[in-house]
Write a protein that binds this ligand. Sequence first.
Ligand code: ADP
Ligand code: MG
Length: 407
Amino acid sequence: GEGINREPSFQEEEDEFSGVYSIDVAVRVRPLNSMELADSQLHTVRVMDEKIVVVLDPSKLEGGNEDDYLRAHRSRERRYTFDHVFDETASQQKVYAATTEKLIGGVMEGFNASCFAYGATGAGKTYTMLGNKENPGCMLLTVGELFHRIEDDTSKTYRVYLTYLEVYNENIRDLLNPSTGYLDLREDPVKGICVAGITEFSTTNVGETMELLQRGNLNRTVEPTKKNETSSRSHAVMQIMIEAKEKTADISEQVKIGKLSLIDLAGSERASATDNRGARLVEGANINRSLLALANCINALASDSEAAARAGRNGRRRVRSNFVPYRDSKLTRLLKDSFGGNSRTVMITNVSPAGNQYEETVNTLKYANRAKDIKTKVVQNVVELDAHVLQYQNIIRELRSEHRGQE
Ligand code: ADP
Ligand code: MG
């Protein structure tokens, strides 16, 4: 069956945040838009309750009666269970509260976390992650709440900075400072994977952050043929780094560094068309390399978790784990420590309910269903730093980001 019985996401409790987690997978169905309504598009997606969603084949939806369909095709319907399923009436606040809000506490304690918006072009990824002024999405609601909590926490000093970049055509560009051109990935012993030369904005103001992100979004690559539309092949990645230290002054201090990555992925349509459980996806013309690599990493991590669970049930320890092809793309290299590895991960799967999107919707939900099986082990990032060194590093960073901000 397609995953109706699920183990709870939280597997082992070590302390408040450490432990082994499954990826939390949510599905959000957007409303039909005015064009689809005018076109009398059938609803092919029905949200049964807060965890179950059913997809109806429009070619069998005679007369558009969903209830008749559900009775007639009960035995071979496509029914999926997820951690959260949101129907078209779900507010931004509701989606946020069930997904990225839950990542904030851990990130403030030095854990990594990430949230991916996955789905076909037009399914609602950018609306969910960024939203607009009237209906701010997860990125803004998360940043706002993070700033609130930092203000309320008088026991620690925090340093917060954010970056916003795009992966397009296997090139990384700083969306907040596009004049810097293509940027390279680097492995930093303290911060993990980072992007050399990217602008780090220090901010604790929600309004300012909203402006930054909206300005950044305007810098996303547009396809030459579609002048104002963001390219469906562009991935936008916002990362917030949070350094926390206790206010009790000491010559050697413990610094906790948490990283939160919120990702508005490229449209999944080309990648999911080649969906083949367990088989390695092959890159072809026009297929987005980063999205394929992500799918391959999901497959490798998921079958790893399955095999480990199987071995556990048979009283064996699994020795060999799957090779996870992180190095196959810029996106998976960038997110290596935010996904699969040392991180709590949430995936928000966006789908359209329109009949003409049936194939895409099924493919998208199959992927999301696969992602549920990934388990990640989460540990805290704590570094001991000499107080003076730390101070100088901060001063240098601030000077750098001011300098870049002026360009
Ligand atoms: P994607 O980024 O996946 O290509 P968008 O987020 O741009 O898709 O959504 C496509 C259109 O549908 C946009 O006009 C967006 O405002 C609208 N939309 C998406 N999701 C919702 C929603 N939950 N409620 C209202 N409008 C939505
Ligand atoms: Mg978009």
